[in-house]
Write a protein that binds this ligand. Structure first.
Ligand code: NAG
Ligand code: NAG
Ligand code: NAG
Ligand code: NAG
Ligand code: NAG
Ligand code: NAG
Ligand code: NAG
Ligand code: NAG
Length: 317
């Protein structure tokens, strides 16, 4: 649509003759570079106009007409008076005009505010060379509204695992942003393409995005997921650890520990038994009368020298 406000809503047509608009295009050249403004949802943005009212004059001498997408009146002033009748309901109470440089301020910016705007300024003062009201300038500004995406969330699901490798599905998702984003990943240092799905209620609604990656991992790798939208980037990193399924073979240590401790315990018990066996023999060899006990008796029976055994038994009696 460039600088052609011809199909504008009727109020503009009422103000400006078609001839003037054509003249304007010839004068300024319709191929002029488009201005761009950016804003985030909820913020206030100022759209620059093409004319600055000289300090010697006031808004009284002008008509200022801000329109959006050719058909919607955003804000209009004529002879210093705000023209509320024609204002589109979406812009009521959200817009104001800088009376000097004619910047349009829009507060509580919404995704729907994205689009082409145009500032049209007309002088109400007659001058000898330009009788009646005449067009001073009309310039398009495109507003790009962005909404921040949430920090990407990475989830992984192991689908198969062996000692050598771990197969997994890695999903990276982010939501609530605008415009439609790009999502991609980096594995260690190499970029990877993610199978991407977008969800949005309409082309002017926030997007949810999910990127999926199937991986066969043979060692731990660092995965970073990036969500990029209108020059902004959000990212999250996750170390994708290889599931160590070789742990089955090395899972024996607990067993070994048990076996080892069992052996120690058995050895200890044996040693004690032997010691117990041995000590009484000493006692027996002295054949001390007070030393005997029932326990000793049992042990003695087995392999004590006969003589001693007899003595001991006798002593215990
Ligand atoms: C217009 O004036 C306002 C405040 O006076 C300033 O913040 C804004 O940057 C100006 N815009 C332009 C395009 O000069
Ligand atoms: C705009 O503000 C006025 C006064 O605060 C209020 O009465 C009116 O309902 C508002 N209009 C909209 C569309 O918010
Ligand atoms: C601008 O107008 C066109 C046609 O009138 C419409 O299809 C489009 O959705 C409008 N864009 C915006 C941002 O309102
Ligand atoms: C990644 O690549 C950069 C240069 O391309 C290099 O400086 C860096 O050491 C690399 N990092 C790893 C972990 O390979
Ligand atoms: C992406 O996922 C869809 C659905 O799971 C599948 O049909 C498609 O083949 C996948 N594309 C690639 C390139 O893996
Ligand atoms: C996007 O994600 C949010 C939060 O996960 C959810 O509430 C919303 O319904 C999703 N929107 C769409 C269009 O799927
Ligand atoms: C993953 O890698 C292992 C060994 O590197 C291989 O045996 C297995 O078939 C691979 N799986 C897939 C799905 O490529
Ligand atoms: C993974 O890579 C990112 C970006 O290259 C880096 O910021 C992060 O510290 C790395 N994380 C690990 C665990 O290596």
């Amino acid at each position: 649509m460039g600088c052609l406000p011809v199909p504008a809503s009727w109020p503009l047509k009422r103000w400006l003759g078609l001839g003037l608009i054509v003249l304007h295009c010839i004068t300024l050249g319709c191929a002029q570079e488009k201005k761009v403004a950016k804003s985030k949802v909820g913020e206030e943005v100022g759209l620059p106009c093409c004319y600055k009212i000289p300090s010697s004059e006031s808004l009284q001498n002008y008509r200022v007409y801000w329109q959006m997408n050719v058909t919607d009146v955003v804000l209009a002033y004529s002879g210093g008076e705000k023209m509320t009748d024609e204002q589109h309901s979406r812009y009521v109470n959200r817009t104001r005009l800088d009376f000097e440089n004619l910047t349009l301020w829009i507060s509580s910016v919404e995704i729907l505010d994205s689009g082409p705007y145009q500032c049209i300024v007309q002088s109400l003062q007659s001058s000898p060379d330009k009788p009646g009201s005449h067009l001073l300038c009309g310039e398009p500004v495109t507003l790009f509204v962005t909404a921040d995406f949430s920090k990407p969330n990475i989830e992984r699901e192991v689908t198969a695992s062996s000692c050598e490798s771990t197969e997994m599905v890695v999903r990276c998702s982010s939501h609530g942003g605008f415009p439609k984003p790009k999502i991609y990943g980096i594995l260690n240092n190499a970029s990877v393409v993610l199978n991407t799905t977008w969800e949005s209620e309409s082309s002017v609604s926030p997007y949810n995005v999910t990127g999926t990656l199937w991986l066969n991992v043979t060692k731990d790798i660092n995965f970073t997921c990036f969500v990029e939208y209108d020059g902004f980037v959000r990212s999250t990193s996750l170390l994708l650890a290889k599931a160590n399924d070789c742990i089955v073979s090395t899972a024996l240590p607990p067993y070994n520990v048990i076996t080892a401790s069992s052996i120690s315990i058995i050895t200890f018990l044996l040693a004690v038994t032997l010691a117990v066996k041995y000590l009484p023999r000493h006692a027996c060899s002295h054949c001390s009368k007070n030393q005997a006990s029932a326990e000793d008796d049992v042990k003695e029976i087995m392999n004590q020298p006969h003589s001693c055994k007899v003595t001991c038994e006798m002593s215990s009696l």
